[in-house]
Design a protein around this ligand. Structure first.
Ligand code: CP
Ligand code: NVA
Length: 310
């Protein structure tokens, strides 16, 4: 069976843990290598990852490029508007067949969850979700790795807090709170809570997630504080109103002072008004380490998808 990487909730916890362990070992092993040096075992020699972006990306694009290169393979990046797909010239099924003929893996960033599902039906190569309206699985699995790397503790022993919008990144974080059994507390304004089906899924999996409309209550006792942009790429909302609604949820030094003394701040980037410069660039923030780790974890995700994870 093809191993797609679409939603964390659908991947067994043992596989997710295996990916993290592999990333840890590989990161240590290539400590003295240059950016484009290939890992000694050259596990994806000759393999091609096709990446397609229907919307902007800096980190996902570059980190997948480095990831496949360091595994011995290569990548080609295409823009959705350069294909026949969607402009009447070609069906998704035919495009999927072509991608499977030329490539070994397909990474897609899209505005449509349905499109990823459709592709997965017709591809004979694995598809990786590089961000969709409902989830951002490669980001969040990498963030779990970063949390454990920084704290040197299993994430199940930590209090994780999310202050911000109930978006794709949070959905993936909720999925990992079930898979890795950690304590998750969410702080967001009223009417911006996660969708009912997301919370119901967590409940069905015996996970109680604490949600507060008061940021101070949410952040108390947190070891790790996550945030993300108030207005996401796919948001078709009144942006000014939304930003105003989140005004009291900005992560600034005062709000951070209610978390545990050495709490760590993480953010996937790009950023907006949800975090002050002082916190984002301050000593509790590890956002650059977090961004770099995407290369390491995505390498192990690629190995998982290509059936090469040991
Ligand atoms: N964090 C993240 O996915 O960044 P990009 O949108 O730049 O890829
Ligand atoms: N929630 C954000 C994440 C960006 C990496 C978005 O979807 O735009």
């Amino acid at each position: 069976m093809i191993k797609h990487f679409i939603n964390l909730k659908d991947i067994p916890a043992s596989d997710l843990r295996k990916i993290i362990l592999d990333a840890k070992k590989r990161k240590i092993k290539r400590k003295n290598l240059n950016t484009l040096d290939v890992d000694k075992d050259n596990p994806l020699k000759g393999k091609l990852l096709i990446q397609m972006f229907e919307k902007a990306s800096s980190r996902t694009r570059l980190s997948f490029y480095l990831a496949i290169k360091q595994l011995g393979g290569g990548t080609i990046t295409i823009k959705a508007n350069e294909l026949h797909l969607g402009k009447g010239g070609e069906s998704l099924a035919d495009t999927a067949k072509i991608l499977s003929t030329y490539g070994d893996g397909f990474m897609l960033r899209t505005d449509s969850d349905k499109k990823i599902e459709e592709f997965s039906k017709y591809l004979s190569i694995p598809i990786i979700n590089g961000l969709s309206p409902s989830s951002h699985p490669t980001q969040v699995l990498s963030d779990i790795f970063t949390v454990e790397e920084i704290t040197n503790k299993p994430i199940s022993k930590l209090n994780i807090c999310w202050i911000g919008d109930s978006n794709n990144v949070l959905n993936s974080l909720i999925a990992t709170s079930v898979k890795f059994s950690f304590n998750l507390t969410i702080g967001c304004p009223k009417n911006y809570e996660p969708k009912k089906f997301v919370i119901d899924w967590a409940k069905k999996n015996n996970k109680k997630i604490n949600i507060y409309n008061n940021p101070i209550k949410a952040i108390k006792n947190a070891d790790i504080v996550f945030s993300d942009k108030v207005v996401s790429l796919n948001d078709k909302v009144n942006k000014l109103k939304k930003i105003k609604d989140f005004k009291n949820f900005q992560i600034n030094s005062k709000l951070m002072s209610y978390a545990k003394k050495n709490a760590i701040f993480l953010h996937c980037l790009p950023r907006g008004s949800e975090v002050s410069d002082k916190v984002f660039l301050g000593k509790q923030s590890r956002v650059w380490q977090q961004a770099l780790n995407r290369v390491h974890v995505q390498k192990s995700i690629l190995l998982y998808c290509f059936g090469k994870l040991r």
